[in-house]
Design a protein around this ligand. Structure first.
Ligand SMILES: *Cc1c(COP(=O)(O)O)cnc(C)c1O
Length: 464
């Protein structure tokens, strides 16, 4: 399998190289040249596969000859052994034909573990083979940082610097990052906001000379391997609910458009998905685009679902590439315009997007109301992101005969404040393996909002 850039000007890469890069040199994102197809017969044959078996079948065509099948199978089994539920991604029935896909049984209690636990193992495998040390640098408003740290902390080939806005992530989220004391993990609390952190990461990727030859690799969802790993659970849920004989719908809490893009790919690969719902909070650029064909940046809003607080959705570029017949030049022009002005796309392309996705934006007030109601009705505690997915599912549902699956993206104990605000009767409790989180030793460095300060701290930590 080869990977090409959405902006058409970068050389094609194999899976190994694509895992070890960030953006393409032309500023685009990597996508596979084609998708593997899963026929009805093939889907039928996978109906009783375990999560791990299915993961190997779904991902192996993307891995290609970068890893042999036996090694990759071992890697997948090792990855999901880190999860705390035997089903890995259990489906729970909420009401008649509305289901919750619980994606929060990984070590850091959010769906990002599905991809980042695998990504850490992929890094380790390729880097050990190459005898190459790399540096991970990432910015986080919470979930990405802890999932990346947990996924990559074992690797002798990786040093990891995760920037978070000082005092602006929840205590649970901070402690999940800062209580990992492995010597290759460096948490930096920046005296600024998330955008400041992100800007410093982008600037460092653009000019890596301060690292004296060490290469930076990306752990955010521009990394193709993250999208790939997320395709698997769409297959898993749909097969459990009767695919390929039966169609399925999904509602996906969305920020950077990574998770739902994986659902779109699953559909293109042959999974009978009849509806994909984009569920956003008040940072609703995607919802507004789907409703009005205006892609217009709005100022960042801080919400009760912080992992979806974004101004632009980076993975949306991957969809736009398909909507424009994979014309890299057209996309390069479009993305350039989108970064500076409000843009509409050609009507046929926009209509295609509307046929693929429904959407809803959910306010904080609605979010807490839904959490409270869901608790009263069946003692089910939803985290605020999942609650947005649930609300959008109910509002956008087209066919009540098709099972609707809401992606449960985080454990409610990660976002206790929103749950408390909802008036739900109980405080969410951390699972036993994190019960002592609030007493664990923490390690992090507080730095000013200044690129030079951050980079020189990295250089001295790395003893370069
Ligand atoms: C990251 C995250 C999301 C958004 O996922 P995207 O892939 O960025 O769309 C939703 N919910 C939770 C809990 C998250 O951590």
């Amino acid at each position: 399998m080869k990977y090409i850039s959405t902006r058409g000007q970068a050389p094609a890469l194999n899976f190994e190289d694509v895992v070890l890069t960030g953006l393409a040199p032309d500023g685009g994102l990597y996508v596979p040249t084609h998708l593997p197809e899963f026929s009805v017969e093939k889907l039928q044959a996978l109906r009783s596969a375990s999560y791990q078996e299915l993961a190997v079948e779904v991902m192996m065509p993307f891995v290609g000859d970068s890893i042999d099948r036996e090694t990759f199978t071992e890697m997948v089994h090792d990855t999901y052994a880190a999860f705390n539920h035997d089903a890995i991604a259990p489906l729970k029935q909420l009401e008649a034909d509305v289901w919750l896909l619980e994606l929060f049984h990984g070590p850091t209690l959010a769906f990002k573990d599905f991809a980042l636990q695998l990504l850490g193992r992929l890094f380790d495998y390729f880097l050990a083979k190459r005898q190459q040390k790399v540096v991970i640098m990432g910015a986080t408003s919470g979930d990405t940082g802890s999932a990346a740290i947990d996924g990559c902390k074992r690797s002798a080939w990786v040093d990891m610097f995760i920037l978070h806005p000082h005092g602006r992530v929840s205590e649970v989220q901070r402690r999940q990052m800062t209580s990992i004391l492995e010597p290759n993990v460096f948490n930096i609390a920046v005296e600024g906001n998330f955008d400041d952190c992100q800007r410093m990461v982008k600037a460092s990727f653009a000019d890596q000379s301060f690292l004296k030859g060490r290469q930076l690799v990306a752990v955010n969802s521009i990394n193709w391997a993250r999208i790939m790993a997320q395709i698997v659970y769409y297959f898993y849920a749909a097969l459990r609910l009767g695919a390929p004989s039966r169609s399925v719908a999904f509602s996906v809490p969305t920020g950077n458009f990574g998770d739902i893009f994986a659902g779109y790919l699953a559909k293109q690969m042959g999974l009978p998905i009849t509806q994909l719902v984009v569920a956003t909070n008040r940072n609703d650029i995607l919802h507004r685009f789907l409703a009005s064909n205006r892609y217009e940046q709005a100022p960042l809003e801080h919400t009760l679902s912080p992992s979806m607080d974004i101004v632009v959705s980076s993975n949306f570029e991957r969809l736009l590439f398909d909507l424009h017949h994979r014309d890299g030049q057209a996309l390069a022009d479009l993305m350039k315009r989108m970064s500076t002005e409000t843009v509409s796309i050609e009507d046929v392309a926009w209509q295609k997007a509307r046929a693929l996705f429904d959407s809803a934006a959910v306010s904080d007030e609605e979010t807490t109301r839904v959490i409270g109601e869901r608790w009263k009705r069946s003692n089910e505690l939803l985290d605020p992101h999942t609650a947005i997915g649930y609300k959008a599912a109910i509002d956008c549902r087209r066919d009540p005969a098709v099972p609707m699956v809401v992606l449960g993206t985080a454990h409610p104990a990660k976002f206790a404040e929103a749950v408390r605000k909802s008036g739900a009767a109980s405080d969410p409790v951390l699972p036993p393996f994190l019960a002592d989180l609030m007493d664990r030793e923490e390690r992090f460095e507080v730095l000013p909002n200044d690129l030079k300060a951050v980079q020189s701290s990295m250089v001295s930590a790395l003893k370069l």
